[in-house]
Structures are given as structure tokens and as C-alpha cells.
Ligand binder design. Structure first.
Ligand code: COA
Length: 355
């Protein structure tokens, strides 16, 4: 028995390969490093290729996703009052659950297109602002930022968000993807499957770490306090947020891709330079304190910097993650549909014998 299913192989996939020992992430034959310059639509086309009934190239996907964003926006408006009192990820869960499972081919497009429309509206609602209608002529990353801020954003910010969405698009059989595949295996439908994925992503052990990275940077405050703060945290036995990974034992390739994305941004207020100093000091201290355990920067450290720099509030981070991972969830649902086998493991009964 393996309660966390570590080492248990339950699916074959053509979609992505996480090589933790070598620090590599491969998506359908492409290293993440190569994909980091691609558009989100191009990566989506790659993931859906030969799995969806119709192969759409990057340009056609961009057009169809733009149109689907407009449909999603119209459907969303009446539901906004129901979001009162919900966290941002709970609000996204509610809005996605309004989409009917009964529609056919447009499903995947609606799921991928609707998520940024909903996430942007939910983030604006948190600031007391009305939602902004999509512009179907833009790419998904550019329109996502436009819907968040109410105006088109500079190319460096769009490129950074695009790299983020591509970087998190798929990552093997992580908890949310597995959840989506289990639901897909019951033939419950696409929206039910991806909502299940979102519910798994909501947990702090999966999608919730980048906010605490920013809390750590804020708490350190200034350069003079970097080393004393980190030393004190480690002395208290705390973990430094944004370092270490269960699978990657060398570098996390996603952290490298996002570090390059951050380097292309204007460093407002010296935040990025400060974070890099914190990173360098943290890595040096972790190497001293845990020489037997290679602890490297993980994806969450630079995710926090990218998402903050492009203007998302911390409470929106999980929803932005869901916008990128929706590419992987939908592709895995397509792949699972082809397997057409109910996922139904067994449990060992350890309760009392009947009397
Ligand atoms: N800071 C300080 N020490 C850390 C650490 C961190 N970020 N990550 C791991 N360690 C230490 C552990 O305390 C442990 O020390 P010990 O052997 O002396 O007890 C050792 O390294 C091994 O830890 P382990 O629990 O085996 O690591 P894991 O593989 O189970 O944990 C994480 C992986 C991601 C949960 C862990 O590294 C962590 O909590 N990181 C911080 C949170 C974070 O950034 N999460 C986002 C992940 S993408």
C-alpha cells in the first residue's frame, strides 16, 4: 500500500515528463527552456494535438479562444452577485460550475477561455471594480492583463505572464491533474473534471505557496536584515518559502524559466534585485545547514515575483495558476477519454469484523 501513491504508475501520457533527478520538464518532446518563448496558444495547440477531434493551429486557437472569452463574459455577468463572501478561488469554482457539461467540441475552448475572464473579473471585484469585457483580437495573456487592469499593458508584462502560463501549463500527474483524470474516467464530463482539478489546486500543499514568498520578502524588509532574518527563521526550524521540492532534486527548470521572465521586467522599487539577494543568501544558508539535501529555488519563488510585477494581488495567485494549468487539465481529460477505463483502485479494510 502507498498512501501518497509515490512511485505508483497509473497512466501513460504523451503530454509531459517531469525528470526530478536531471531537473528537466519535457512537454510533448520539447524542453521547457525551448517553450518559454512560445505563446500560450501555441503550447495549447501542442498539448491538444491529435487528442482533440479537430487540430487547431496557434492562429485559429487564438481566434476561437477570443470568441469564447466573449461568450464566457456574457454568461458570467448575472452570476457576479452570488460571489459575495467567497475567496477568489471559491468564486472561480462557482463560476466554472455554471458552465453546462452538455456542450460538445467547444467545451475545451470555453474552459480555457473562461478561466482568465472569470479570474480577472473576480480580482477586480476584490477592489470594488466592475469587470472589463474581453478584446477577442488579443492573445489570451495580453487580454487577461487588459481585463485585470482595464487597459492594454506593456509588452514586457504580457511576455512575463505568457511565460508564466506556459511554464505551469502541465506537470506530469500532479494532484490536480490526477483528480481531473479520475473524474474524466467516470465520463462525468469536461467541466466537472476540470472543476475537480481546481478543487485540488486550491489546497495549500498544491497551488498556494507564492503568496507566502512575498510575505517573507515583506517581513525581511531591507538588505541589512536578509541574513539575520533567514538565520533566525532556520534557527526556529522554519522552512524558507520558495526553496526545496519533492521531485526536483537538482534545479526546478520552471524557476529558471521564470527567472529569465523576471529579468525582462522593469525593476520597480528594486523589488526584483532585493529578491535576488534574498535568494542568493537563502541558497548559501541552506547549503550550509543541509549539506546532505540539495535545496534549490523552486517555481514558487519566481512565480511570486512575476505575478506581483504584472499586477496580480496575492489573493489571485491560485486562480492565475489555474488559467495556465487549464491547458494541461483539458489535455489530460482528452487523453483519459481515449483510455476509456474507469480509475478505481482498492482499499484495504482495517475496520472491525462483523459480529
Ligand atoms: N527551508 C528549509 N529547510 C528545508 C526546506 C526549506 N524550504 N525544504 C526542505 N527543508 C529541509 C527539511 O526541513 C528537512 O530537513 P531535515 O532532514 O533536517 O528534517 C530536509 O530539508 C528534507 O525535507 P523534506 O521534508 O524531505 O522535503 P520534501 O521533499 O518533503 O519537501 C517541500 C518539499 C516543497 C514541501 C519543502 O521543500 C518545503 O516545505 N518548501 C517550502 C515551501 C515551498 O516553497 N513550497 C512550494 C513547492 S513548489
Amino acid at each position: 500500500m502507498s498512501p501518497g501513491l509515490e512511485g505508483v504508475v497509473v497512466a501513460e501520457t504523451v503530454l509531459s515528463h517531469v525528470d526530478g533527478a536531471a531537473g528537466r520538464l519535457v512537454l510533448r518532446g520539447h524542453e521547457l527552456d525551448q517553450l518559454a518563448g512560445w505563446s500560450f496558444e501555441a503550447v495549447l495547440a501542442l498539448l491538444w494535438r491529435d487528442l482533440a477531434p479537430e487540430n487547431l493551429d496557434e492562429a485559429r486557437l487564438r481566434m476561437r479562444l477570443g470568441a469564447a472569452r466573449e461568450v464566457a463574459f456574457d454568461r458570467m455577468k448575472a452570476a457576479l452577485p452570488a460571489l459575495e463572501g467567497l475567496s477568489e478561488v471559491e468564486a472561480l469554482r462557482l463560476l466554472l460550475s455554471l458552465l453546462p457539461d452538455a456542450e460538445a467540441e467547444s467545451h475545451r475552448l470555453v474552459a480555457v477561455a473562461a478561466t482568465p475572464v472569470f479570474a480577472a473579473a473576480i480580482a477586480r471585484r476584490g477592489r470594488g471594480l466592475e469587470p472589463v469585457a474581453p478584446d477577442a483580437s488579443l492573445g489570451l495573456a495580453a487580454d487577461f492583463l487588459r481585463m485585470l487592469h482595464g487597459s492594454e499593458q506593456p509588452a514586457d508584462k504580457v511576455a512575463a505572464l505568457e511565460t508564466y502560463l506556459v511554464t505551469v501549463a502541465d506537470h506530469g500527474l500532479n494532484a490536480s491533474t490526477f483528480a481531473a483524470r479520475v473524474i474524466a474516467s467516470t465520463q462525468a464530463g469536461l467541466f466537472s473534471s476540470v472543476i475537480g482539478g481546481l478543487c485540488a489546486l486550491k489546497g495549500p500543499l498544491h497551488g498556494g505557496a507564492p503568496g507566502p514568498v512575498l510575505d517573507m520578502l515583506d517581513s525581511i524588509g531591507g538588505e541589512d536584515n536578509i541574513r539575520p532574518w533567514l538565520v533566525a527563521a532556520l534557527d526556529r526550524g522554519e522552512r524558507l518559502m520558495g526553496f526545496g521540492h519533492r521531485i526536483y532534486r537538482v534545479r526546478d527548470p520552471r524557476a529558471d524559466a521564470l527567472k529569465r521572465a523576471v529579468a525582462g521586467l522593469k525593476d520597480t522599487g528594486g523589488r526584483i534585485a532585493f529578491a535576488e539577494k534574498v535568494e542568493a543568501e537563502a541558497l548559501a544558508l541552506l547549503a550550509e545547514r543541509k549539506p546532505q539535501k540539495p535545496l534549490q529555488t523552486n517555481v514558487e519563488f519566481y512565480t511570486a515575483l512575476v505575478l506581483e510585477a504584472v499586477g496580480f494581488p496575492r489573493r489571485s495567485f491560485t486562480n492565475v495558476f489555474a488559467c495556465g494549468r487549464m491547458a494541461g487539465w483539458t489535455a489530460h481529460v482528452l487523453e483519459q477519454d481515449k483510455v476509456a477505463r474507469l480509475i478505481r483502485p482498492q482499499s484495504r479494510y482495517v475496520g472491525p469484523a462483523p459480529v
